[in-house]
Ligand binder design. Sequence first.
Ligand code: SF4
Ligand code: SF4
Length: 217
Amino acid sequence: MVIVKELTDDLIAYCDKIGIDFVGFCDPTNFNKFDKDHAPESYLKKSKTVIVVGFHLYDLSLDAWSKDEKRGKSYHFADSILIDQCHQIKSFLAKKGFKSKIMPYEPGLYLKDAAALAGIGPIGKNNLLITKKFGSQVRLRALVTEAELSYGTPIHESAYCRNCDICLYSCPAGALEEGKYNKDICLNYCLKNFKKFSESTVIWCNKCIESCPVGKS
Ligand code: SF4
Ligand code: SF4
């Protein structure tokens, strides 16, 4: 038990040192309710912890996608930083003798659920993770590891949303009506209304992120 706490504290200190905005840990058995494409053991058989890493979108333009025509690939600035941070965590744990795997974005794990299960914050009426410090202005990535770490307490309800409907009214497409996210309505709107920063760089609608008052102070 002491070893688990020591390793967790060491990893948290390391994450802080390399500039990770927030990190959380959850029990892989919490994912048993999801299908096997979204289960940690499908990616790492003996996984003992899911590590969720978060990046604060301190400027929403960091959420833009840029296409590299020559390589035929798209890059997401915030995601590129997160992947790099995940590699650093993987090396840190490897030096301590633990195997880890960086989760692919798709199918991968349900990242918002993973963050809520790690106790980072609830999923709000905007269908996004809400963090106390940064609101929903965050992006996430995950790793699974054979290292046993101290799990956070899962959060199943958003206390922030009890007396608030701001995001529901802010969504220009009506995709959050009655507090339920409608993916098709959202996607249709986003595909027709993205903003172009340049020929190769676009940003999608972010009204549900921007409008949430949590963490804005
Ligand atoms: S991304 Fe835009 S359209 Fe989609 S739910 Fe958020 S505010 Fe609505
Ligand atoms: S804007 Fe209000 S209702 Fe929407 S997610 Fe944020 S706190 Fe919840």
